[in-house]
Design a protein around this ligand. Structure first.
Ligand code: BYC
Length: 472
């Protein structure tokens, strides 16, 4: 295929055709990406027509074009949000200076690491979810998971664009490695813990979309404040797509809860398992697991990396410009929870190294809002049970609580106490086997698996029984 045709297949607003060096790098990378997609993308549905949204430009008309597409033909484009004229750096040591259009030399390594870490999560999640199509609870849900997968692919393109456009040979090497690491592979794992966990069933998947994609929202929002303008603009556009992923998580769990409550009412029992539902106690255990591994994604409570990212103007806070302070935080403090003997106490730490914890706090508040909306569904059914986020120290592998045993209500336990309760707090092998046993595919338009209620409405104004994926 001629170069120019090839490049014009990549919708973009970065004037790809005028940059020969970048074109060549992308021409070299695109077939490798497609080979990765065939190997590690959704299993079994590559030849099917899927009703997908594709971004063909960043304006209101172009960012969500719907139509049937075979996934390997999806147009993975490169989009940056529109530039802000005379944009300035809003925080850190360079506050007030013009935002950088090129990589600042002294922060090159740090910036590259941030972009690679972000980029690595995107293909990882596709790998984690690749087998789920085979057990979809409906065509509506099948289409939604494929939408998420192609967009995570596009987010990988977004990071690879930054690496190839701004980091020369190092960037090209990083772009290769992003296609070589594999989720859960002990020899070449993905970078962050949660992206090496399995997503074995659809309950885990909905929890992942609610909790782990929400980490994506907070990390992208912080990078959207970056003084490196191409990164800021890239993340801003990614955030528009991210909202749908969290919608899938929130409404997915809400529909599971709804169905559970219906079965509880109908059969006058909490034990809905024998009626094909997922009991609220099991839902709570899955919530505990996914919340805790997602909390780890924010890094340590006190982190010199976080302080350096901020001081260097590379990564800001969530809604940085709305914060009412000096945006440098040199003398400021921030309260951080930490274990002290057998208790958990709040300590004032210097605000700069506490920035991971501050972002985690914003995230926890957002998660809790969603949990309360699920609780509304339970309450409407007249059922006296509440789902709740566990304590932030529960089941942590990164930071001050790593290696400790903290109960969901925030008590420090010894190993024996923890082991005795572990299966009450986290999905046991038996819980996982039960949830797994429900995962039989439902692919008739408008039909749903026994354990999940239909959605309130379809996608893009289409009816719920629309043929979202053509399997015939
Ligand atoms: N697992 O000072 P520390 C998304 C490493 S999700 C393994 O505590 P720092 C998406 C850390 O790298 C958003 N390792 O933390 C969602 C460091 O290693 P080095 C992804 C971890 O650096 C769903 C060492 O421990 N985006 O988009 O302040 C589907 C000490 O680090 C973990 C980003 O993460 C962990 N959980 O912060 C699809 C944004 N945590 O450097 C997509 C970019 C820490 O000593 N990344 N470590 O070798 C960052 O901002 C930071 O790297 C982190 C860590 C917030 C992740």
């Amino acid at each position: 295929m001629a170069d120019i045709d090839y490049i014009s297949k990549i919708p973009n607003n970065v004037d790809l055709t005028s940059n020969r060096r970048l074109q060549r790098a992308l021409e070299d990378w695109q077939p490798k990406f497609l080979a990765w997609w065939q190997d590690m993308g959704p299993e079994g549905f590559q030849a099917r027509d899927v009703y997908l949204r594709t971004a063909t430009s960043v304006d209101a008309q172009g960012w969500a074009k719907f139509g049937y597409v075979k996934m390997p033909d999806y147009r993975w484009g490169i989009f940056l949000a529109e530039p802000e004229p005379d944009r300035r750096i809003t925080f850190g040591d360079y506050k007030g200076q013009p935002a950088w259009q090129d990589v600042p030399g002294e922060h090159r390594g740090t910036l590259r690491r941030l972009i690679v870490t972000q980029g690595d999560t995107e293909p990882a999640s596709v790998e984690q979810q690749r087998h789920l199509g085979r057990t979809c609870p409906s065509l509506y849900d099948l289409r939604n998971i494929f939408q998420v997968n192609v967009e995570e692919g596009r987010h990988l393109w977004a990071m690879v664009y930054l690496l190839q456009a701004h980091f020369g040979r190092d960037g090209r090497e990083e772009a290769e490695q992003l296609l070589q690491r594999r989720s859960g592979d002990s020899d070449k794992p993905r970078i962050l813990g949660a992206f090496n966990e399995q997503t074995p069933d659809w309950l885990s998947y909905f929890m992942f979309c609610f909790f782990t994609d929400r980490d994506g929202k907070y990390q992208l929002a912080s990078l959207a404040e970056s003084g490196f303008d191409p990164l800021a603009r890239t993340c801003r556009f990614m955030l528009t797509e991210e909202a749908h992923h969290m919608f899938i998580g929130e409404t997915g769990i809400q529909r599971v809860v709804q169905r559970t409550c219906e079965l509880m009412r109908e059969h006058r029992t909490e034990d809905v398992r024998r009626h094909g539902g997922i009991d609220l106690a099991t839902i709570q255990k899955y919530l505990n697991f996914h919340f805790s591994v997602s909390l780890d994604l924010f890094g340590s409570e006190v982190s010199t990396n976080a302080a350096n990212f901020y001081t260097a103007g590379l990564k800001g806070r969530f809604e940085e410009t709305k914060k009412d302070d000096d945006h440098q935080l040199k003398g400021a403090t921030y309260p951080v929870l930490a274990p002290a003997g057998d208790r958990i106490v709040s300590r004032d730490e210097p605000a700069l190294p506490a920035l991971n914890e501050r972002l985690r706090d914003d995230y926890v508040v957002d998660c809790d809002r969603g949990v309360q909306r699920w609780n509304q569904v339970i309450k409407k059914h007249g059922i006296d049970v509440e789902l709740a986020l566990p304590h932030r120290g529960f089941h942590r592998a990164i930071g001050a609580f790593a290696g400790l045993h903290v109960s969901p209500d925030g008590r420090i336990l010894d190993a024996a106490q923890w082991e005795a309760k572990r299966n009450d707090w986290l999905p046991s092998a038996e819980d996982q086997a039960f949830v797994g046993s429900l995962m039989t595919p439902v692919v008739e338009p408008g039909k749903f698996a026994s354990w999940i209620a239909p959605p309130a409405r379809g996608i893009n104004g289409q009816p719920v029984d629309f043929e979202y994926v053509r399997l015939g």
